[in-house]
Design a protein around this ligand. Structure first.
Ligand code: PEP
Length: 335
């Protein structure tokens, strides 16, 4: 029987998760002689049991062995093929590096220090003004240059905005969309959706940022992230989202130090939840193909643990991407 605590604890949760909690609490209590578990622990256990094959695959990284899923749920037979992808590390310089000479020096050093590295794709988002300078240095390397933001508008009457076509012309091949710092400056979910459309129209790879502002005992973060994903992706033409990358960045973890980053087990939980949402919004195959990155105080000291236990495809790195040695150390941790 459901306890009153159950109903009140789960009240703000998304429908899918409430249903999971209900089902899992029944099966866990049956299987384990009604041992009492907190609702969060129960859901987490349920997600782990159900999604373990996926997590195992993600941890396997580039291994090509055919996995043996414990249960035939969620992971289609071919998923080991679609998940065998390179890791991704995206550097977001914000306004840390502002001068063209410094940007060129950085790009040269990055190119030199990552030469011959395989198994990881490196992307760099300098400020708009530095895209051409950085692209000039990295043009003949495998490192891709992109933009930190893109205009949401398709017409010309937007003073100061930079459109997808302008970014492409400057040398960008991807655009970060809906970064929390831009959302905090007033970008709504609706505007973020428009930006995503503009990026797709321009042929730029969209990196969609999502993430809750805070964590409460009511687990509101699930519904927060669900809303952001729904607003950006619902009813979008699926073909347009083949190159989509998701960056899960809890706002409370951004811009601090490794000690303040999210716990890898919590990152793992959110990765599974996001992939579940993607399965509903896109389709299962696309959901498995879409890289889910983590961002928020990633530094060389926590990158390996976050990658191994967090089940992510890589990272969106802020402050540590402005220091070439730290950035390279994070890239190497993703190999
Ligand atoms: C970011 O702003 O995208 C970010 C992840 O920042 P930091 O790494 O500094 O937390």
């Amino acid at each position: 029987m459901r306890t009153p605590a159950y109903s009140s604890r789960c009240a703000g949760w998304p429908r899918t998760l409430r249903a999971m909690a209900r089902r899992s609490s029944t099966s866990v209590s049956r299987a384990e002689g009604r041992r009492s578990l907190s609702i969060e622990a129960t859901v987490w256990r349920f997600l782990c049991l159900r999604a373990d094959p996926l997590a195992a695959l993600q941890r396997q990284g580039r291994h090509r062995e055919k996995p043996r899923p414990r249960r035939g749920f969620f992971v289609p037979k071919k998923c080991y093929i679609v998940l065998v992808k390179k890791r991704l590390v995206v550097g977001n310089w914000k306004m840390y590096i502002t001068q063209a000479d410094d940007a060129r020096d950085f790009a040269l050093a990055l190119r030199r220090k990552t030469r011959g590295l395989s198994g990881v794709d490196v992307l760099l988002a300098p400020p708009h003004t530095l895209i051409p300078a950085v692209e000039e240095v990295l043009e003949s390397s495998s490192i891709r240059v992109g933009a930190q933001a893109i205009s949401a508008y398709a017409d010309e009457k937007h003073t100061g905005d930079i459109s997808g076509a302008m970014l492409k012309d400057a040398g960008a091949s991807f655009a970060i969309i809906g970064h929390s710092e831009r959302r905090a400056a007033g970008e709504s979910d609706a505007l973020v959706r428009e930006e995503l459309l503009r990026a797709v129209e321009a042929g730029l790879t969209p990196i969609l940022c999502i993430g809750e502002k805070e964590r409460t005992r009511d687990a509101d973060h699930f519904s927060y992230v669900e809303e952001q994903l729904n607003s950006a992706l619902k009813d979008m033409p699926k073909n347009s989202l083949k190159k989509l990358i998701i960056a899960y960045e809890p706002v409370w973890a951004i811009g601090k130090s490794a000690a303040d980053a999210m716990k890898p087990s919590d990152v793992h939980e959110m990765t599974i939840f996001i992939r579940k949402m993607l399965t509903e919004l896109l389709d299962r195959k696309m959901a498995l193909r879409t890289p889910v990155l983590y961002g928020g105080s990633v530094e060389p000291g926590n990158a390996v643990e976050l990658l191994k236990e967090g089940g992510v495809a890589g990272f969106l790195v802020g402050h540590a991407s402005a220091d070439v040695d730290s950035f390279v150390a994070i890239i190497k941790a993703c190999k």
